[in-house]
Design a protein around this ligand. Structure first.
Ligand SMILES: [Cu+2]
Length: 172
């Protein structure tokens, strides 16, 4: 009977549902950024873009960019990019005429589930003359692979196990 088979699979289905909920309630951690953390640029960017692992609320997010002296160099216009259907992209624009030096991008977000996370990354603007003689810089690893891939692996394993079990019971 099909009904009996479904009933037997119930614990497995419940376990999968639990894994899914666990993944959905994780915090919105930083997935990638432009510029990347540790980037060395020939000129200051006009805009900072941060991409997170989960949906953010439209308000309650903030990116603050400061120079080496601690002065704020962004235009205080942190925006959730509404063109991104996933609502995971934040941007802020920078003041013009920023010179060479180290810059810090501090961020704090508010995800759709009401959780807040914060972090920071940095980039530097190098003088044009220095770039011609500079040694090749190693590509910085994009940080924060975070808990999302782990949850995906767990879910994948569960699904595989589930398919195996289900198949066995069907065959018998
Ligand atoms: Cu959360």
């Amino acid at each position: 009977m099909l009904a009996r088979r479904i009933v037997r699979l119930w614990p497995l289905i419940a376990l999968m549902a639990l894994a899914l909920t666990g993944a959905a309630s994780a915090h919105a951690s930083l997935v990638s950024s432009n510029p990347k953390d540790g980037a060395s640029l020939a000129a200051a960017p006009a805009k900072i873009t941060l991409i997170f692992s989960e949906e953010l609320q439209p308000d309650g997010n903030q990116i603050t960019v400061t120079d080496a002296g601690g002065a704020q160099v962004d235009n205080s216009d942190t925006t959730l990019d509404l063109n991104d259907p996933n609502r995971v992209t934040l941007t802020v624009t920078l003041k013009g005429g920023l010179g060479a030096g180290a810059y810090t991008v501090g961020w704090k977000n508010l995800s759709a589930d009401g959780h807040s996370e914060e972090g920071s990354l940095s980039f530097s603007v190098v003088a044009a003359a220095a770039t011609t003689t500079a040694a090749p810089t190693s590509v910085p690893a994009t940080g924060a692979s975070g808990p999302a891939p782990l949850a995906a692996i767990l879910l994948g394993a569960l699904l595989l196990a589930g398919a195996g079990l289900g198949l066995r019971r069907w065959v018998r």
